[in-house]
Design a protein around this ligand. Structure first.
Ligand code: AMP
Ligand code: GLY
Length: 417
């Protein structure tokens, strides 16, 4: 089987590794990929969506796996083009990927389908937004578009709200677009991943990411400084409630509204005192949650995704470990405001009962690895208990270093004890 994975980050490195470990020895390709990914997946000679599709056709690719979201909504849409050309694709078409690309679309879908979510008003100007806030703080403001993770502001007071609204409506920092003014929810967050195949689904191991840069959930928001995954992250009763009130109505809503879906759907949830509520949908696996979850997945992921892309949910092909998995991100100097490339990485030759996924690295002239981006590496270890996984992951992270390295020491610990 020939599989092409689309993306280049730590999530795609984890996906490619998991697919490579599937029985049947699939032949793997990756676009745009990275030096580390190219050690297990071959690079693709393409420079955009159209040439990628042409390459897949001429190389008789059996399955396209969308890792990253941007290609799903670019141009005609990755999955739309795959479908048009008869290439099975694990990832939804553009129309369905609006669940991630437009917060207003997602909110209307949630409300229409009676799925618990924070109340929100769409606004088109600073005055409308101020009126919708109505002096009630804290409030949550969300730019209605892809904004590279910078489009959401949880505002404790009027000063912070006006600063965000000024960026959006006056400076047009993210380009044209509206703002959702949303009620502020409280409670622990959890990321639920479902593999959806038309009207059927399979829930993967739940995870939680750590978005802030510094220990204690302090400092600026990042793409994620670590993650923890386990079936035990939420109780069986809570998972049943999430399934009944959120996953089932979402899958039913997609089908009723003619939004085709074959791929991973990420439910960003907050477990509020009034029950679980949806904060966001993403039409892909989480990063770095994927790096934490993949080592817990057993079986034939490649066969599962191929069957899914062809309309068959093969629950029998995958199973999940019961234990815990902890992922610690090593980030470069300056992250998240900026990043520094070119710092030599040492210690990667160490091996043991852990995995290292590359997020932002490249090979240098001396054939060693150096930093190449904000999030550089994801170090992942597992254990029968959370404490064991935490100790192993942090000890493994200690083995690798580079100038300017930043990491959190409380991944897997904070928000539990
Ligand atoms: P999002 O980009 O939608 O995932 O939002 C980023 C983060 O903002 C989430 O992970 C939450 O921590 C926070 N957030 C989003 N919506 C709300 C809300 N309605 N109430 C409280 N916090 C929120
Ligand atoms: N970990 C958050 C995300 O992937 O969007």
């Amino acid at each position: 089987m020939k599989i092409l994975v689309v993306g280049k980050g730590g999530r795609e490195h984890a996906l490619v590794r998991a697919l490579a470990e599937s029985p049947g020895n699939p032949e793997l390709f990756c676009f745009p990929g990275s030096d580390a990914i190219f050690e297990i997946a071959k690079p693709v000679a393409a420079d955009g969506l159209e040439s990628l599709i042409a390459w897949m056709k001429s190389n008789a690719i059996d399955l396209c796996v969308a890792g990253e979201e941007s290609y799903l909504v670019k141009g005609e849409g990755l999955a739309n083009l795959c479908i048009k050309h008869g290439i099975p694709c694990w990832g939804p078409p553009k129309e369905s990927a609006q669940l991630e690309a437009s917060k207003e679309f997602a909110k209307e879908f949630l409300v229409r389908n009676g799925i618990p979510t924070a109340r929100a008003t769409a606004t088109a100007s600073l005055d409308e937004a101020r009126a919708a806030i109505g002096g009630k703080y804290p409030t949550v403001l969300k730019f209605d578009g892809l904004a590279a993770g910078k489009g959401v502001a949880v505002c404790p007071d009027e000063i912070s709200a006006l600063a965000f609204l000024d960026e959006v409506f006056t400076q047009r920092r993210f380009g044209p677009g509206r703002v959702l003014v949303e009620d502020c929810l409280t409670g622990p967050e959890v990321s639920i991943f479902a593999a959806i195949v038309d009207e059927r689904y399979l829930i993967f191991t739940p995870a939680r990411d750590y978005k802030r840069a510094l220990d204690g959930d302090l400092g600026p928001n990042t793409g994620g400084m670590g993650a923890v995954a386990s079936r035990q992250l939420v109780s069986i009763e809570m998972l049943e409630l999430i399934e009944e009130e959120i996953v089932i109505p979402t899958v039913a809503g997609l089908n009723r509204e003619g939004l085709p879906y074959r791929g991973f759907l990420y439910f960003g949830l907050m477990l509020t005192p009034d029950g679980p509520q949806v904060i966001e949908y993403n039409c892909r696996f989480g990063d770095p949650e994927c790096q934490a979850v993949m080592p817990l997945v057993n079986g034939d992921l490649a066969g599962f995704c191929l069957a899914g892309a062809n309309g068959e949910l093969r629950r029998d092909l995958v199973s999940f470990d019961d234990g815990w998995s902890v992922c610690v991100i090593l980030a470069s100097a300056g992250y998240p405001e900026s990043s520094r490339s070119g710092d030599p990485i040492s210690g990667l030759e160490n091996s043991g009962d852990f995995r290292v996924y590359h997020a932002g690295t490249r090979k240098n002239a001396a054939a060693g690895w150096e930093t190449h981006g904000g999030r550089v590496l994801a170090v992942v270890a597992g254990g029968g208990t959370r404490q064991e996984a935490v100790a192993k992951a942090h000890a493994a992270a200690d083995l690798t270093s580079f100038p300017g390295l930043q990491r959190r020491r409380d991944i897997g610990i904070l928000n539990f004890d």
